[in-house]
Structure formats: structure tokens, C-alpha cells
Design a protein around this ligand. Sequence first.
Ligand code: G6P
Length: 466
Amino acid sequence: MNRLIIISNRVSAPKDSNSGAQGGLAVALSAALRENGGIWFGWSGDTVEQFTGQINFERRSGVTVATVDLEEHDIEEYYEGYANRTLWPLFHYRIDLAEYEREFAGGYQRVNHRFADTVRPLIDPEDVIWIQDYHMFPLGQDLRDRGCNNRIGFFLHIPWPPRRLLNTLPEAADLAKTLFAYDVIGFHTQEWLESFRDFATQDLGAELLDGGRLKLGDRVVHALAAPIGIDCKEFVEGANSPTARLAYRQMRDSSNGRDLIVGVDRLDYSKGLEERFRGYERFLETHPEERKEVFLLQIAPPSRATVESYQKIRSTLEGLAGHINGAYSDVDWTPIRYVNQGYPRDQLAGIYRAARIGLVTPLRDGMNLVAKEYVAAQDPEDPGVLILSRFAGAAEQLGNGAVLVNPYSAEEMSDAIVQALRMSRDERIARWRPMMDNVEQEDVIWWRKRFTDALLDTAKAETAAA
Ligand code: G6P
């Protein structure tokens, strides 16, 4: 396999493979790079007075990382602005939160040009380039404009919204057209893929060819669905590590025989935490007999804290957790343990294993790897129950075993909790097995291969045609 150049806004290759609250994507991409060799390029996370394009090189747990500093106003307009105040809410169906400002769009273009100028000299002719996520839609086009003829793929880790929502974005068509600079573009689910096809055919006038290919002018792009997985083998090993066992025992000891319900999410409005708390409150209200039998541990490390909508969701959740605990606690029981910090993966694995219920109820999510980690961490002889939002990408793969809910409905959430608490061990095993089969088979290696094979196939098809 050719050398890989991975480009993403955040270069989150872990300092060591088990550090901090690692996002699933970071784990996935580091694994792909370790296997193929190559470079991971992106923003350093730091700012400078004046952009110079100077690259900082570093080796992090077997991965070569190349990063560049950006200016303060780049971050304001590109990362906080266009990426997280415009695209993120819009692509998660929240046009009520999306802000459309020309300044943001301009900053987004500028930073993508800067990334292209900086990374271009690092690219060898045989390298395969793989660009990640919504921060960098136009980067492929920017690289083509700089004479880059390599295979270039793009993967979107968030949903692609329905065309009627996307059309609220003033530059929607221009942005979507730049995707035709890629050879392959990937989405996590069939649903996001179909939304993209709808937009491409109906709003851009693209032609749908066979084999998932779309043609616009003289460009043909292969658009496919490839659901990302976790590094299942590594995660299961981690779940059996001394750290995980200790976390499991500590969780069990502090539970006093009560059933643990666990949620682990970045503190983001798309994760449906407010609705989750309200659903849990409905359960407490309507099932007084269960009250002291359970508790909810919600782990929610703060995210994008400079963006107002994130400050609001944080204070809303503080109020709600305080309200529920005030209304229902007793001297010897607190219904919600609400924790604003992240934990290392092995420790999380132990906590997942101790939890009778994994509550994963985003309002909209590209995939959601917490759902898969929860499944992978379970004891095969006595697994817990996954309660999963039908609006998470993961529901396309795990819907055969999870208890699916509409996260907007407090009643459905409450019913699902009751159903999970009363579920027999036989049924829990019968539901867990097919989910675990999927998590094992469609893991991160499978995902990476599915995408890069498609990227290399386009090269073969072109050689054959020539
Ligand atoms: C989501 C996005 C990623 C992003 C991550 C963390 O998973 O798809 O691209 O890196 O959130 O968000 P942050 O803004 O902290 O990078």
C-alpha cells in the first residue's frame, strides 16, 4: 500500500496510545498510519502573530505528525466560526443555531489555502491523500489547483443534511462542487450518502453513473458509505487490562448494588444530553419503585468552550442535573453523577463493563463510536444493554441488538430504561451477540481498507481505460 498523507484539522495522534479522553477517530487514524506509514498533517492547536507556514515535525507513538500554527483570527473565523458555528450545527440539522457570516466563509477559504500551500511540498507523486471532515471540504480542490494529481479521498465524519436544510447555506452549491475534485468521498451511513446524492443530482445537476459514481462536468467522483469502527481487538485487550479491572471494581463498589446507567459524550448539543436528562427524569418520576435501584453516570468533557452555543448547553445541563438531584436525591442516594472530565480509554472500558445500561442518545450523529466501545467492553456471559438513538449513524449497524429510541421523546427513553432493567440475561446475550459480531468484523481496519481500496481502485480503473 502506498504511503498515506492524512490531513485533518486536529492532529490528535495520541502522545501514547492510551492517553487522555481519546476520540474514536483519532484512535482509528493513528492505527491506519502505523500500518501504512506516512504523515498526519494539520493545525498544531497553537497560534502565531503572523502565519509563516513553518511546519513542526514530531513522532507520536509510531506516527509522523506535521503541524502548522495559525493566526488568532484564522481560528476565530475558520474553526470557531465557519466550522463550528456554521457547518457543525447545519450538518446536525440545527439551522436554528447556524450562523451565516461572509467573514467566516472567507476565513475558512483562507485557512484551506494555507493548509494547501503548506502541505503541498510534503506530497510525493505516489502518495495517497486522505482528507478528513468538514473543516476541509475545499482542500482537495485547493491541492488540485496547486498541481497535485495524486489520488485524493475525502471522508465526512458528520451527517450530510437533507438538501432542503443545506440550501439555507448561501455558498452550499460552491462548497459541494469542490467535492468533485476528489476521487472518492466517504460517509458513515447510507442515509448521509443518499442525502449527498440528492444534493449533487438535484441542486448541482450531477449525473448518477453506475457503481456509486457521480459525474459533474468532466469530473467523476465515487461516493460511498463506509461505516467507521473501533480497534476492537485493542479495545477488548484494554477492557481486560489491570486499569480496566480496577475501574470496574471501583465502580461496582461505589454502586452499592445499584444498577449503573452510563453516558459518555463530548459536551455538545448534538449529543442530546438535555433530552437524555429529561428522559431519565421522566423515568424517575413515573417509576418511584426503581428510584434507589439505579443511578446515571454522565461523563461529559467540555468541548469548543469559546463558542456560545456550547456555553449555553453547559449551563443548561448544570441547571438540569442540579434540579434532578435536588428533586429526587435522598441522604444515601444521588440519581445523577455528572462529571465534566475525560478519562483514559482503559478506565472507560472498565466503567462500561460495570454499566447495566449504555445510554447513547444523540439527536443526530455521523456515527458514534461510544456505542461500539460500550458493546466491545461487555462481559459475554452477562452483557449490559445498549440504548441507542435511531438518529445515530451507528443505528444502521447496531439496530439488530440495541434498544432503539427516539431521543426527543422522554417517554420512549423512560420506557427503554425500564425495558433494559427488566431484561433477562438470555435476552441480553441474544441482543449483544450480533452487535459484537458487527463491532468485531467491521472494525477500524476494515473501514480503512474499504475506503483506501476504493481509492486505489479508481487509479486502476483509470489505467485500464488509458
Ligand atoms: C467530531 C468531529 C471531529 C472533531 C471532534 C472533536 O468527532 O467529527 O472532526 O475533531 O468532534 O471536536 P474538536 O472541535 O475538539 O476537534
